[in-house]
Design a protein around this ligand. Structure first.
Ligand code: SAH
Length: 397
């Protein structure tokens, strides 16, 4: 006789049922109405509706207020190794054609948006970075490693996990498959080389999500004096230089980020435009620096970190976006282009755009809106609440 415990079964509140049917990927602890037994991290939990019909199946996480992360909904399915293999293949198929021959930094699995809730897989050249945000995934790591090795062969796999979770067998930055790291990871994005800090960096080591905006900025940069505010390691700065910028000023509060920016610049010396482009790295608080700056720039990018980490920060963040846009507009040269970006999930595209438009009105300048952009296609969004990235392109008339 098997001693396996019975399937973990849950019923949830009517509101949570509706949300699940609409495709929402999470069940919160407070919406659970019935549960047949306690569950362990990573156990499969099956959610039934009032009529005992299958609603969804997901990963149980007793340590998180997000008690179940949905893997599958609709018709019942057996979640086994084959299912995970097909599931990974589906995510990879979606990305076919997204990376050009000059790009080997790409998101392969985008969490909830690919029905891998709380799990992200990014590729940087020969290295995969698997980042998990729930301890439910720890017990699946051997399986995922095998699947990744089969479907994306010959890559090193590095595990990253969010700070609030831990496991006795794994640690953040652990190489869970492939060769030890004997040198920093360099990858290519549209032919520009960057270091990715895969062991300790934010997210998985680089902000891959801004790729398409960087490509656009390159198109606008010819002969421009460029200001890149919140530059991090110079993504926008290097694209602008390659696009023929006259000079690039990069502002960041982090010395480490600016040191990396310089290293990234050195990596790309073979490109004549990058090699020839004068650039200044300015370590400063961007808000304070912008207030006192007077020099005018024909191309300005302002891409701050998330200014609303929690819902409670939303109003203050909207105010800060407006302030940044006001500063950017003040420093914009005639006919100049200002790109304002936001990566705060708690601030909607509508709210962000409104804040920037309010700044435009306050500036008294005649400004044309060129474009509003969202996520790069490898970071596609299927869960509206998880839409975080937006950028607006403005041109002074
Ligand atoms: N634009 C970047 C990503 C920006 S990440 C890219 O395309 O890759 C946010 C950056 O803002 C980080 O590098 C962080 O060091 C910096 N930062 C955070 N607070 C800051 C502040 N008050 N002033 C200047 N830089 C700041």
């Amino acid at each position: 006789m098997s001693t396996r415990p019975p399937t973990l079964r849950l019923r949830v509140s009517p509101a949570a049922e509706t949300k699940l049917r609409q495709g929402h990927p999470w069940v919160f602890d407070g919406s659970i109405r019935e549960q047949n037994r306690d569950g362990k991290p990573g156990e499969l939990a099956v959610i039934f509706d009032k009529q005992d019909r299958f609603l969804a199946v997901g990963l149980y996480d007793p340590e998180s207020p997000i008690r179940v992360r949905v893997l599958h909904r609709g018709k019942p399915a057996k979640i086994d190794e084959n299912w995970f293999a097909e599931h990974l293949a589906k995510s990879l198929t979606l990305r076919i054609g997204i990376a050009d021959a000059d790009t080997d930094g790409l998101r392969l699995v985008n969490g909830e948006n690919d029905a891998w809730p709380g799990l992200v897989l990014d590729r940087y050249n020969d290295t995969l970075v698997l980042k998990i945000y729930s301890s439910a995934w720890f017990s699946y790591l051997p399986l995922i490693t095998n699947l990744a090795n089969a479907q994306i062969p010959n890559r090193r796999i590095i595990l990253r996990h969010s700070r609030n979770i831990r496991d006795q067998h794994y640690h953040d930055g652990q190489i869970i498959s492939g060769a030890a790291l004997d040198r920093p990871i360099v990858f290519s994005e549209s032919g520009i080389k960057f270091y990715a800090d895969v062991l300790k960096g934010q997210k998985t080591g680089f902000f891959l999500d801004q790729r398409d905006n960087r490509r656009k900025v390159e198109q606008f940069a010819a002969n421009c004096k460029v200001l890149n505010v919140f530059s991090f390691t110079g993504g926008f700065s290097l694209y602008a230089a390659r696009g023929g910028a006259q000079s690039v000023d990069s502002i960041d509060i982090s010395k480490h980020a600016l040191d990396e920016l310089q290293r990234n610049w050195e990596l790309n010396r073979e490109n004549p435009a990058i090699d020839a482009c004068p650039h200044r790295e300015i370590q400063a608080d961007a808000f304070a620096w912008l207030e006192q700056a007077t020099e005018k720039y024909p191309l300005i990018v302002i891409d701050p970190p998330s200014l609303a980490k929690r819902e409670a920060d939303r109003a203050a963040a909207i105010g800060a976006y407006k302030k940044l846009a006001i500063s950017g507009l003040r420093l914009l040269a005639p006919k100049g282009i200002l790109v304002c970006a936001s990566c705060s999930a708690h601030v909607s595209t509508g709210e962000f755009v409104q804040a920037v438009r309010a700044a435009v009105s306050a500036s008294g300048k005649k400004i044309r809106e060129l474009e509003i952009t969202g996520h790069a296609p490898d970071h596609h969004v299927t869960v509206p609440e998880l839409q975080y990235l937006k950028a607006i392109y403005l041109q002074q008339q």
